[in-house]
Design a protein around this ligand. Sequence first.
Ligand SMILES: NC(=O)C1=CN([C@@H]2O[C@H](COP(=O)(O)OP(=O)(O)OC[C@H]3O[C@@H](n4cnc5c(N)ncnc54)[C@H](O)[C@@H]3O)[C@@H](O)[C@H]2O)[C@@H](O)CC1
Ligand SMILES: [K+]
Length: 517
Amino acid sequence: MRILTATEIRELEAREVSRGVSEEILMERAGKGMARVCLREWDRPCSVVVLVGKGNNGGDGLVLARELARFGWPVSVVLTAWPEAMSPLCAKKWKEISSLRCVSVCCPGQPIPWPGGGGLVVDALLGIGVKGEVQEPLRSLFVECNRQRSERFFSVLAVDCPSGLSEGFQPGWPVIGADLTATVGYGKEFLFREEFADYVGRIEVVPIFEEQPSGEGAEALVPSSLAYLLPPRPKLCHKGQFGRVLIIGGSLGFAGAVVMAAQAAHGVGAGLVCVATRDEVYTVVASKAPAETMVFRVENRELLTQLAARSNAIGFGPGIGLDSTAVELARFLVENTRCPMVWDADALTLLAHHPELWTGMKKRAIVTPHPGEMRRLLGRDFALEERPFVAQELATEKDCIVVLKGVRTVVASPTRPLRLNTTGNPGLAAGGSGDTLTGVLVGLLAQGLSIEDAAGLGVWLHGRAADLAVRYRKAEEGLTATEVGRMLGQAIHSLRQEGWTPYHPRTNDGFGGFNPR
Ligand SMILES: NC(=O)C1=CN([C@@H]2O[C@H](COP(=O)(O)OP(=O)(O)OC[C@H]3O[C@@H](n4cnc5c(N)ncnc54)[C@H](O)[C@@H]3O)[C@@H](O)[C@H]2O)[C@@H](O)CC1
Ligand SMILES: [K+]
């Protein structure tokens, strides 16, 4: 799904309105879509305080408040302007909600009933209509909201964008920090900037438009453009249909990496998963790996040749080491494999030190560097905001898929627009996360997905599994890669649930979010 500028969003809205879809219908779609996000994210109703601005962003917030109240959530609406000062649509939505007895109202100037921990504040003060730095009286409210959040630990949902944030945002300007931004229609470019991640939190795109924007540009990885990629599971099937995975890695002190990768490959539905590991850790890996995983010694080259020939996808690198044995193994794989590969962890350092390895890979590889590994691969440093550009540079130069990990993981391909991920949370910033991602990618590749599709779908599923794990365990702290691996089935389920959208009947992929199979 394309990522747009605020101007492009405005143009899309104008075209939609000219075709007969009223602004009010768009607002209803936005507010109701956000209510669906809340019902999904919070498994039971919590106290909600909706901060309502006087523009249409406030109108979206009022529709959301009305819908949550209808579902029995205790809702308080905090007005920052009297109805006479509201935009016509915002005033109309205020009139509708003011007749609901179950919604409590806080008028301008009255003390705000901030919720406690477990509660939700909806920031519907300013959307893309903000101009420049936010002025009083809203400025003080922003400061107060951020202070209360840091003391009371409620969650903040930003309607369309965190209030105060805009394309021309300058450091030091006031903005309301959010845990989740439910953005209307399409992802806006400024929401994806890494330097704004702390304000924006996780991004959910709420579809409201029937038209697909034309033109080229970066895309957001969202359910409607990914769900149909899930490999089909026919009723009449056998394990050979779901692909054979081979994961090669592990060395003294690093036996767990391949175990986590194998668990994740099973987790996304691979039919058969084999691990080839070094002799020194063979017994550890064989005893720690899932019972369903077949574990072999990498030193047995005859067997490795047979395994590689039979595999549909190979993951290489987690914990394999950097010594001469690992280098020789990398050369062996480049020469002897024909199936798609995922190069991760130590394999990336080997690539950086032995660039001749690139030549054997051709178009069959996904590389998954974190920024430190990316610097080694490029041979130079780069700034945070350059991440999309350097990922694209490497993908084009080496003719491979680059998954540059980070707060909005970047997926770059020589042939497709840049894609930015919308799932994941800081709990993933822990050892083992990359190994799980490798397992996810190789598990999807083995089931027949192209390297482009496996990269996009895998990155989204991995992040969603982490988000679901945090939702159930209630804290990012202490999230382990193994827990993330266990949530992959739930992530697939949530993708199937979220992949369908009533609007924009055709996605760029031509299947409109429906599973065509
Ligand atoms: N673009 C679209 O297609 C749709 C947009 N919708 C919503 O409408 C929003 C945009 O609505 P509006 O254009 O009414 O704008 P907003 O509601 O974002 O803000 C407009 C208000 O902000 C005030 N303002 C602007 N700059 C300020 C500053 N620096 N300090 C203090 N106050 C300031 C203005 O006086 C005005 O009252 C979107 O963000 C979205 O939430 C939805 O209703 C559905 C469709
Ligand atoms: K907002």
